[in-house]
Design a protein around this ligand. Structure first.
Ligand code: FAD
Length: 603
């Protein structure tokens, strides 16, 4: 079999914020680095991020500190987070943001010239460093500009389909070029997975075509543990109309800037139910909520800025009760702030330029004049590769993971803004420790049969040709099933049906065929993605069945409360010896007293 071979000390798979930051760090340590991405460099998910990067810089409110950020992250994650990751993240995020600034990122500014920070759900103080609502674009631009001067070898439009091993340790990866369909073999002493999320396992999602859970499945197949897979984040505000744009994100920054949620009766329903552990921090009237969004330090945040899991469920409640909008969502209104702010329409356009254009172009709606129709959309997965908190190494020697495809920091629910800071903090750490690991290792051996087998499997859909079922039918059936049976509100009966439904879908996936040749053949790519989508869907379903309680992003109508016995465990998924998926529970290590004390103090 023909394939092009490349050799690097560290191979980074994924060129979003986590991958780029890892590659920069590894390269700065003096090792050779290869960076592979599925699409063009600069087109990763990170570029779509709008609201901002959470970091306790305390530029807008000097009461903020890493301790408050740590406590907010743990509360948001409902205390099943990896506390060491949450600690490192809160402590290191400010330096990572300042570093980005030093590398040329042009953030919005306070009047006295410091990085401006905005309010976001679940963050006690204004904490999100931002560039209008195009923060991800600025982050990617800056990392890319910095990275290209580091001597990193970039392999664009190349999809990795298998990780290669030498005994227990990682040895490289195998993939195909999307453009020509040619195979590429990468030899590497260390591999960093930074492949992002799994949103495409669901029908309604803010995620783009690239997010098919590749890194999760690659790690799982290579023998690594996954953790927290039951925790999927359904963002409360996705577009719902027209149908062609359903799921596209409406940034939380709209609510941070004063946007409010109303039902069909015009009522701000978010005041109806405030969870006990947030009551003391939440405004109890509209006036106080408004003052908070305008920077009044004495005011508490409006209930629209409660955590995403809660807001999503409140929206579903309104819809189910018949108080929804015409297309099955509710209304998000930012236009109302014109009654409070001079030149309000201009202010909205300045603060939320992308949202203004998004609605104008895609829905023919002017958000400075009318409310938006929105509803929950699958947005992010808290679960992913289980890593060591400090080094980001997985249970497979030499295999590291960072960013959305890794797990731990977010627990049961991620706070908005914490992903962009996570990818900087842990991207850097993964790069640093992967370089260290590679520095101490000899080149690994990759035996030819392993590679030939990977190539054979990759070409299988062509063997069946146009007579096999098309991959998209299987993909749609899976997305429909996950949306309906393992979505925002879950129960045992439906999830068992999903589990039963996965087996026939796997069967169908093994029979899909594609016609044509290997050059830019999206049907072929979709056929290969199916294995990853099915793997993550099974992991989500199995762990969601096991967690017989409701916590964060995981809500069970048959177990609507939090249960003490689940407060101290994470669910782990791994491949058993017989090739079947196994689920085990792992106790969360005892938190050190000083961290416990911080949480107590911040309650
Ligand atoms: C619309 C939107 C807005 C958001 N806004 C915010 C925000 O304001 N603040 C915040 O904190 N978070 C936000 N998020 C979440 C955040 O953007 C992501 O969680 C984060 O960017 C993930 O970064 P990453 O580096 O882990 O992966 P990504 O940026 O998703 O990059 C993944 C990379 O992996 C590559 N890849 C995937 N599979 C393969 C494969 N098999 N082979 C080779 N390469 C592969 C892709 O091509 C890509 O380069 C938002 C998300 C969305 C969708």
């Amino acid at each position: 079999m023909n394939y092009e071979t490349h050799e690097h000390d560290v191979l980074v798979i994924g060129a979003g914020g986590a991958g780029l930051r890892a590659a920069i760090e590894a390269s700065a340590a003096g090792v050779s680095v290869g960076l592979v991405c599925k699409s063009l460099l600069g087109k990763a998910h990170t570029v779509m991020a709008e609201g901002g990067i959470a970091a306790a810089l305390a530029n807008v409110d000097d009461r903020d500190s890493w301790k408050v950020h740590f406590a907010d992250t743990m509360r948001g994650g409902q205390y099943v987070n990896n506390w060491r990751m949450a600690e490192l993240h809160a402590k290191e995020a400010p330096d990572r943001v300042r570093e980005l600034e030093a590398w040329g990122a042009v953030f919005d500014r306070t009047k006295d010239g410091r990085i401006l920070q905005r309010n976001f759900g679940g963050h006690r103080y204004p904490r999100l460093a931002h560039v209008g609502d195009r923060t991800g674009l600025e982050m990617i631009r800056t990392l890319q500009d910095h990275g290209i001067h580091q001597g990193i070898d970039v392999h664009m439009e190349c999809t990795i389909v298998t990780l290669l091993k030498d005994g227990e340790r990682i040895a490289g990866a195998f993939g195909y070029e999307r453009e020509r369909g040619r195979f590429k073999l990468f030899r590497a002493k260390a591999v960093v997975l930074a492949t992002g999320g799994v949103g495409r396992a669901y029908k309604i999602t803010s995620n783009s075509w690239e997010y098919t859970g590749d890194g999760h499945a690659l790690a799982y197949d290579a023998g690594a543990d996954l953790v927290d897979m039951e925790f999927v984040q359904f963002h409360p505000t996705g577009m719902i109309w027209p149908p062609s744009v359903r799921g596209i994100l409406v940034t939380e920054a709209v609510r941070g800037e004063g946007g409010v949620l109303r039902n069909s009766e015009g009522r701000r329903f978010m005041f109806d139910e405030v969870p006990e552990n947030y009551r003391a921090q939440t405004a109890d009237n509209e006036e106080e909520g408004w003052r908070y969004t305008q920077g009044d330090k004495a005011a508490r945040r409006p209930p629209e800025l409660l955590t995403r899991d809660h807001v999503s469920r409140c929206i579903m409640r309104e819809v189910k009760a018949g108080r929804g909008s015409p297309h099955g969502g509710v209304f998000l209104d930012i236009a109302w702030i014109k009654s409070r702010i001079p030149h309000g329409a201009e202010h909205i356009k300045k603060k939320l330029p992308s949202m203004y254009h998004q609605f104008k172009q895609l829905a023919d709606l002017d958000i400075t004049q009318e409310p938006m129709e929105i509803g929950p959309t699958t947005h992010y997965i808290m679960g992913g590769v289980r890593v060591d908190a400090d080094s980001q190494m997985s249970s497979v020697p030499g295999l590291f993971a960072a960013g959305e495809c890794a797990a731990g920091i977010n627990g049961a629910n991620r706070l908005g803004g914490n992903s962009l800071s996570d990818i900087l903090v842990f991207g850097k750490r993964a790069g640093e420790f992967a370089a260290k690991y590679a520095g101490g290792e000899k080149s690994a051996n990759i035996d030819a049969p392993q590679v030939d087998e990977a190539a054979r499997r990759t070409l299988e859909p062509f063997d069946r040709g146009g007579s096999g079922e098309g991959p998209y039918q299987v993909q749609y059936a899976l997305q429909e099933m996950m949306q309906n049976l393992v979505g925002i509100v879950r129960n045992e009966t439906e999830m068992r049906r999903a589990l039963d439904g996965l087996e026939p879908l796997r069967e169908r996936a093994s029979r899909v065929g594609v016609a044509g040749h290997r050059e830019y053949n999206p049907g072929w790519h979709a056929a290969l993605d199916l294995h990853n989508l099915l793997t993550v869907s099974e992991a989500i379903t199995r762990t969601a069945i096991e967690r017989r309680e409701s916590r964060g992003g995981h809500f069970r109508e048959d177990y609507p409360d939090k249960e003490k016995k689940f407060a101290s465990i994470n669910f782990i998924v791994r491949k058993g010896r017989d090739g079947r998926m196994e689920v085990a529970s792992a106790p969360i290590p005892e938190m050190p007293d000083e961290l416990k004390q911080i949480i107590e103090e911040m309650k």
